[in-house]
Design a protein around this ligand. Structure first.
Ligand SMILES: Nc1ncnc2c1ncn2[C@@H]1O[C@H](COP(=O)(O)OP(=O)(O)O)[C@@H](O)[C@H]1O
Ligand SMILES: [Mg+2]
Length: 348
């Protein structure tokens, strides 16, 4: 498969007090054409700023301080981070679309859905007529299984329920048939049944249109439903990356293990993610009791030296305080940032 997006050495910093604080620290990611790529981690690990940086949507005073993001557009390779404003606007919403946890961050309450869908269509296609826009908008609402599409078109966003609104958002994102869809916690605000329907819908659209997806979530359950490749973020870095099946079956980083134990499946039970074991099952509390990883993600830039997860890791050793572990390939295509796994591989 060809690469669609190659992020290399991405660093994001912010101004804090009189100095600077690093929020994202040398992240490398590659998304292939047609692939669904998951970014997972707890709140505050740097998932959203990564996505926003790609679209040049970082809020001041955050800024990209290093790195490149090469995107293979229909008109050749573009470096997203340094693309002139006009060019990035041309890509945004057409080749690359974004959807967010909160639909009202992208929808305007004072305009009808139809008006906003027409805006999105005509922005990238100046010659499109009203009738054609209407047909296209209806077609998209049908494709996301909105029950009364004509009525929805005439509605104002605040009159539409959360689950339906998220469908409208997806329809709007797919209007111009994007090649890359960045979905930042698209189902986090929804209850589990609707969440499952929306994820299934996104999988269907991806399969039908060949769209690549970057799925951002704090929930490995969402990753299991949607993603082929996964990067686990912790404190502004990738700590583990692998194809999804490999990540779930041969979980290597203690942080990923913690996230896995904290998952509830989409029908409300603990998910087993297809694992036949196990150790974590035995250690886990009663089925319906939710496990949470002790401690908290350190605030951006306030990372201890050494392994950034060590304060929360039940397997931390003295040397974990001495140096930051490198992201090492521990099996083909499987990367992990932990001294312990590096050793286990050597011992094999
Ligand atoms: N506008 C902002 N100003 C200052 N710090 C920010 C801002 N947005 C995000 N951050 C910080 O950047 C880090 C990463 O945030 P974010 O990407 O939103 O995390 P995630 O999406 O993984 O929950 C956090 O430490 C957060 O506090
Ligand atoms: Mg976020």
């Amino acid at each position: 498969m060809d690469h669609l997006l190659d992020i290399c050495g991405l660093r994001i910093e912010t101004r804090r007090g009189g100095g600077k604080a690093m929020l994202l620290d040398k992240v490398d990611l590659s998304v292939k054409k047609g692939q669904s790529f998951g970014i997972v981690g707890e709140s505050g690990c740097g998932k959203s700023i990564t996505a926003n940086a790609l679209m040049q949507l970082l809020p001041y005073p955050l800024r990209v301080s290093d790195g490149t993001a090469r995107y293979q557009s229909l008109n050749g390779e573009k470096e997203l981070l340094s693309l002139p404003a006009e060019e990035i606007r041309g890509l945004r919403g057409r080749e690359i679309a974004m959807i967010f946890q909160e639909p009202m961050t992208s929808l305007d309450p004072i305009f009808t859905v139809e008006y906003q869908m027409f805006e999105a269509l005509s922005f990238h296609n100046k010659r499109i007529g009203k009738r054609e826009m209407h047909e296209r908008a209806l077609e998209m609402l049908r494709s996301v299984k909105i029950p009364r599409p004509e009525q929805t078109l005439r509605s104002y966003p605040h009159l539409i329920s959360g689950g339906q609104l998220q469908r409208v958002m997806i329809a709007m994102a797919m209007l111009n048939n994007p090649r890359l869809l960045i979905a930042d916690e698209p189902t986090t605000a929804l209850d589990v049944t609707i969440q499952a329907q929306i994820l299934e819908l996104m999988n269907g659209l991806k399969a039908a249109n060949g769209t690549s997806i970057i799925m951002i979530t704090h929930d490995l359950g969402v990753i299991a439903e949607t993603c082929e490749e996964v990067a686990v973020f912790y404190a502004g870095q990738v700590v583990e990356q692998a194809p999804a099946a490999e990540l779930f079956h041969n979980t290597a980083h203690p942080y990923t293990e913690g996230l896995l134990r904290a998952v509830t499946s989409l029908d409300g039970d603990r998910a087993d993610m297809g694992r036949s074991t196990s150790q974590s099952e035995a250690e886990a509390p009663h089925q319906n009791e939710l496990y949470t990883i002790p401690g908290m993600v350190p605030p951006g830039g306030e990372w201890s030296s050494g392994c950034r997860f060590r304060d929360r890791c039940d397997r931390a050793a003295p040397r974990c305080a001495e140096a930051l572990p490198a992201l090492c390939e521990i099996a083909p295509g499987h990367l992990c940032r932990c001294f312990r796994t590096g050793e286990e591989v050597e011992a094999r």
